[in-house]
Design a protein around this ligand. Structure first.
Ligand code: NI
Length: 412
């Protein structure tokens, strides 16, 4: 019998499997939460993922991908295309302040961005997919990616190692990932087509002058504090004057160190900041503008300047058709009241790298619960999630994969 992935039956079937597997998903999440590991150090995390996948009997497991990542494959009952699902697995250098019994046991490290939940949910989806092979033709490829939180990110290494390779049918039909969002109620799903998350480049500027007595500025070539102040203001014109209308952009200088004294003009001022955009072309123009503005303002005042822009993750642009697939399948799986429109988010995410290679979409899973007091934002010491949401996170990922493969098959 050919695989069948249609109808309300499939929703009910996946939901009941998600419910069955939920307690185990929660236990995985809590175990990962206890032992958070930073970028490219996720050895225990990877070992646990490997053990879970092995116990499920997935068709293929590759460990040590991009150092500490894992790629697994689950084959349906017939050959067909590949769909790629990704979870990130790393934690953050934050001291946890939560007091629940599964809080971090490692000083200064914490799963404060929900990657423990992403990983547990994808393992939950793996369990569902393994028991639903007769429901799909093709391959569900699962990526457990290290180092989302730290440049250069784990995604480029995963891609280099073949994470997005195709098979006889062609390239993968799509790549999908989810991220927890505490400002949305637990279990709610949200997706935005097109540009969704920002590029994030780090800006490092140095302004140099002679330095000297604060009472004798006229004897020095320039005052780098005054020049740096002018640079900060002039840089705002990159956003207010050079940015094309309708193109989002943020330029913030968040660190400005002029380490002189009441009576000392320092010889050097350093500044650091960030540039966020939703478009690679304008982003590159902005880089040129930043270089130009800093060097001209500085040289006009007689100062030396140096600009270094550390290029970060690209903008994350959801493929409109893939985002629509997520929205439609979310409606079918969750019901219209549990799917919401979301806005652009100016955080950065290396899932963007996958979307530069393949169509796909990155969507949000609500994990907030005001009644239970789960309202802290990601990257804070009191962040946590309503674990009930993981049942949706696991089930929906599996349902999305099966539906995506079925649609690809229907298209031929
Ligand atoms: Ni994150």
């Amino acid at each position: 019998m050919p695989p069948s992935a249609t109808g309300i039956d499939l929703v009910q079937e996946v939901k009941s499997k998600a419910k069955e597997g939920h307690a185990h998903v929660v236990s995985i999440r809590r175990d990962l939460h206890r032992v958070p590991e930073l970028a490219f150090e996720e050895h225990q995390t990877a070992a646990r993922i490997d053990a879970e996948l092995s116990a499920l009997g997935v068709d293929q497991i590759r460990t040590g991908v991009a150092k500490t990542g894992i790629i697994a494959e689950i084959h349906g009952s017939e050959p067909g295309p590949v769909v790629v699902l990704r979870a990130d697995i790393d934690a953050l250098p934050i001291q946890e302040q939560n007091t629940f019994d599964f809080r971090s046991t490692i000083d200064g490290k914490m799963h404060a961005c929900g990657h423990d939940g992403h990983t547990a949910a994808l393992l939950g989806a793996a369990r569902i997919l393994c028991s639903s092979r007769q429901r799909f033709a093709g391959t569900a490829r699962l990526l457990f990616q290290p180092s989302e939180e730290k440049l250069p990110g784990g995604a480029p290494g995963m891609i280099e190692a073949g994470a997005l390779d195709g098979n006889a049918t062609g390239p993968p039909i799509g790549v999908f990932g989810q991220h927890v969002r505490p400002s949305m109620p637990a279990g709610m799903l949200g997706v935005l087509p097109g540009p969704f998350m920002a590029s994030a480049d780090e800006i490092y500027i140095t302004i140099k002058g002679d330095g000297g007595h604060a009472a004798e500025p006229h004897l020095q070539n320039c005052d780098p504090v005054v020049v740096a102040s002018q640079v900060v203001l002039a840089l705002q014109s990159v956003i207010s004057r050079s940015r094309p209308p309708g193109e989002p952009g943020i330029l913030t200088i968040g660190r400005l160190i002029a380490d002189g004294a009441t009576n000392v003009i320092p010889g050097e001022v350093v500044m650091e900041g960030t540039l966020r955009t939703m478009n690679n072309r304008w982003r590159k123009q902005a880089h040129d503008e930043i270089h130009r503005v800093v060097s001209h303002v500085a040289s006009g005042a007689g100062a030396e300047s140096h600009v270094h822009i550390k290029v970060g993750y690209p903008p994350l642009v959801n493929d409109p058709d893939s985002a629509e697939l997520v929205r439609e399948t979310a409606m079918a799986y969750n019901g219209p009241n549990r799917v919401q429109d979301i806005e652009q988010w100016y955080a950065a995410e290396d899932f963007a790298c996958y979307l530069e290679e393949l169509p796909g979409a990155f969507f949000m899973l609500g994990v907030g619960n005001e009644t239970r007091g789960y309202t802290s934002a990601v990257h804070t010491p009191t962040f946590t999630i309503d674990e009930d949401a993981l049942q949706t996170g696991a089930g929906f990922m599996a349902y999305l994969a099966i539906t995506a493969l079925a649609r690809a098959q229907a298209r031929g």
